[in-house]
Design a protein around this ligand. Structure first.
Ligand SMILES: C[S@@+](CC[C@H](N)C(=O)[O-])C[C@H]1O[C@@H](n2cnc3c(N)ncnc32)[C@H](O)[C@@H]1O
Ligand code: SF4
Length: 480
């Protein structure tokens, strides 16, 4: 294991303004890094600031840099660059593909520049020089944002329409790698109660939106695994959604069918009958050995079977999720998964990079070291594969604790972008999250700022507090 894995740095409280920025950069190199609470047991970080120069000292390493004429944001970025350089010296690691770009939504930075009509070559230079990003990631970011541009709302559109996310946080069993909040299917009476409460939330939000003259552009039922509901439950849900969230502007309706072992012809037919236009059937991998290792209790054959079923029923917009970096997977396994995608040609493919979930964090450094080269190789393979494929990238985000410092990218056949995914990522439309654990994001179209609020993560608590949850949402809608 990397001998620097347990290194501790201490930052005095006087530098608190830069604590998060420095922490984020150290974490690029040492994924398990935590601040030392006691200066005596750690390497000290100090920043000596004068009007012209700052001196950054990290343990025995030092960097002096000019800050003359720079504003606060530029100084902060410069500081991050220097921490990055000192951490390279400290760990002996080579540079990372995303440089000091540590946020979850790097596309938003590019969109802001495009709003200000900054020329593309200048944006590209900024990403390379200021954020230290590799050319390949810079090109990916520019490609994604260019493709998203026509779908981004102007201020007027953002005031007129919203999207809706509904959470079905149930799964038949829990997959080993999953970092999403979801419960193994609870007792039937709790499922029932949840459906009743969720539909009450739908009805109240739908009515209030209609009264305010707001349109619904997209609906996304996710989870969890919505198809882990029984067929009659699914039908009640779809019927309620159709009844309460009806909107003449509805342009996209997605249900994350997800795990093949929850999908039946009857449920697919229901989805189709209720005008669900887009579904996910997620392999994660086409290797049976990996599926067994990660506790995804279905076969590769089941993936093909439900995919064929969905095509026969008439679905013409199917997404498939893959993950790079799954336990025990080799680049060859991943190449075989890509071959299957090439053969099946789903309209959307989302390629995630494994993010280590909280309970596995203790092994984070070891896992990262072992798998990050594999993940890098998988991403290189994917780029070569993409060169011979019609798929183009249309949304992208990064997560904390990802292996190999890569990203999650959604690809689509040309013209088959998912509107919801773009809206959710770029945050230029208000999205109401309904149901357990879902987050609502309220966009202020005057300045594109955002406020968020989340529903309770606990099922019983959600069920009990539904009146209060609804009242809060209605108040928000009335303010819009
Ligand atoms: C909310 S999950 C729901 C999908 C559905 N339940 C299924 O399993 O097919 C959405 C996607 O996130 C991805 N995912 C979940 N945990 C992950 C992790 N730890 N790292 C990377 N991707 C992850 C998987 O690709 C999964 O399909
Ligand atoms: S079925 Fe999907 S949401 Fe459920 S545990 Fe597995 S990956 Fe997570």
């Amino acid at each position: 294991m990397d001998k620097t894995a347990d290194v501790l740095f201490y930052l005095p409280a006087s530098h608190d303004a830069y604590r998060q920025a420095i922490f984020d950069v150290i974490r690029i190199f040492l994924p398990r890094f935590q601040w030392a609470e006691d200066a005596a047991q750690a390497e000290q970080i100090t920043i000596i600031q004068t009007e012209q120069t700052w001196t950054l000292q990290m343990g025995a390493n030092r960097s002096v840099f000019a800050v003359d004429g720079l504003d606060e944001n530029q100084r902060r970025r410069m500081l991050k660059q220097q921490v990055y350089a000192l951490m390279q010296q400290y760990t002996g690691q080579k540079d990372h593909p995303w440089g000091i770009m540590t946020g979850v939504r790097p596309t938003k930075i590019v969109h802001r520049c495009l709003d200000e009509h900054m020329p593309l070559d200048k944006i590209s230079r900024m990403l390379r020089q200021d954020y230290l990003m590799h050319a390949e990631k810079t090109a990916l970011l520019l490609d994604v944002t260019a493709r998203q541009r026509p779908f981004l709302f102007n201020r007027q559109q953002a005031k007129e329409s919203v999207s809706i996310y509904l959470s079905i946080p149930f799964c038949p069993t829990r997959c080993a790698y999953c970092s999403f909040p979801s419960f193994c299917l609870p007792k039937p009476h709790l499922q029932e109660e949840y459906l009743i409460r969720l539909l009450a939330e739908c009805q109240a939000v739908g009515d209030a939106l209609r009264q305010q003259g707001k349109q619904i552009q997209t609906i996304y039922i996710g989870g969890g695994t919505p198809t882990s509901l029984s067929a009659p439950q699914l039908e009640r849900l779809l019927d309620g959604v159709q009844r309460y969230l009806e909107s003449s502007a509805l342009a996209e309706f997605t249900v994350e069918a997800g795990r093949p072992d929850t999908i039946t012809a009857e449920k697919l037919q229901l989805l189709h009958d209720y005008k669900v236009g887009r579904i996910s059937i997620n392999p994660q991998t086409f290797s049976q050995k990996t599926l067994d290792t990660i506790g995804r209790r279905h076969t590769v054959q089941q993936i093909y079977d439900v995919y064929d079923m969905a095509r026969q029923i008439g679905f013409d917009s199917i997404n498939m999720d893959l993950i790079t970096g799954l336990t025990g997977e080799t680049p060859d396994d991943f190449a075989r998964s890509l071959e299957q995608i090439a053969r099946l040609q789903p309209e959307n493919v989302t390629v995630h990079t494994l993010a280590i979930k909280r309970t596995a964090r203790l092994q984070l450094d070891e896992l990262s070291c072992r798998q990050s080269n594999v993940v890098t190789e998988m991403h290189e393979l994917m780029n070569q594969w993409l060169a011979g494929q019609p798929y183009v990238p249309y949304y992208l985000y990064r997560q904390k604790h990802m292996i190999g410092d890569q990203e999650n990218t959604g690809y689509c056949l040309p013209g088959k972008e998912s509107l919801y995914n773009i809206q959710m990522m770029e945050e230029r439309q208000t999205i109401f999250g309904l149901g357990v654990g879902s987050t609502s994001k309220y966009v202020n179209a005057d300045d594109w700022t955002l406020t968020q609020s989340s529903n309770p993560k606990d099922l019983i608590f959600y069920n009990q507090r539904i009146d209060e949850i609804i009242a809060k949402k209605i108040a928000k809608i009335e303010e819009m």
